[in-house]
Design a protein around this ligand. Structure first.
Ligand SMILES: [Zn+2]
Length: 146
């Protein structure tokens, strides 16, 4: 088993054997520590401060789940997003941004409600999906950015 971690320094993908995860791995190209680096295959928490680097400068396509912890439809689609993250491991980065504690990005992008799913390709938002959409619909949108 291995995980795909994205280097916060140079953006290159690093394949880290799961059993070596605790050894605070470093990037194979630039040597930046991969501690806390986002992983392709899971839903990574995201902050406003990380948004530009991790989403708008990502070489890999990105899905962002703009959610709020108290929102029912958000809780409904959370397991769907997790499943899709796993299904597209190595090809897609998936993040979730809590708009109730992190409001800057939501206001900058004029997000009106949650959940809103944002689809990024080459750092540009190419699509948005508002509300709790069915899994097949989300999956179809993901395929358009791969
Ligand atoms: Zn690196």
């Amino acid at each position: 088993m291995s995980m795909l971690m994205i280097c916060p320094g140079c953006g290159v993908k690093n394949r880290i054997p799961t059993e070596k995860k605790h050894l605070s791995p470093k990037c194979g190209r630039c040597g930046t520590s991969l501690a806390g680096a986002p992983i392709s295959g899971i839903v990574n928490p995201l902050t406003d401060a990380q948004f530009q680097q991790r989403v708008e400068q990502s070489a890999m396509p990105v899905l962002v789940d703009m959610y709020a912890p108290t929102c029912g439809p958000c809780q409904m689609i959370a397991p769907v997003i997790a499943e899709l993250a796993e299904a597209f491991a190595g090809r897609l980065m998936v993040y979730k941004l809590d708009t109730s504690s992190q409001g800057m990005t939501a206001s900058r992008l004029r997000i009106r409600g949650v959940p809103t799913l944002l689809f990024y390709k080459n750092g540009v938002m190419v699509d948005q999906l508002v509300g709790a959409a069915p899994q097949a619909q989300i999956e179809a949108r993901i395929k358009t950015i791969l």
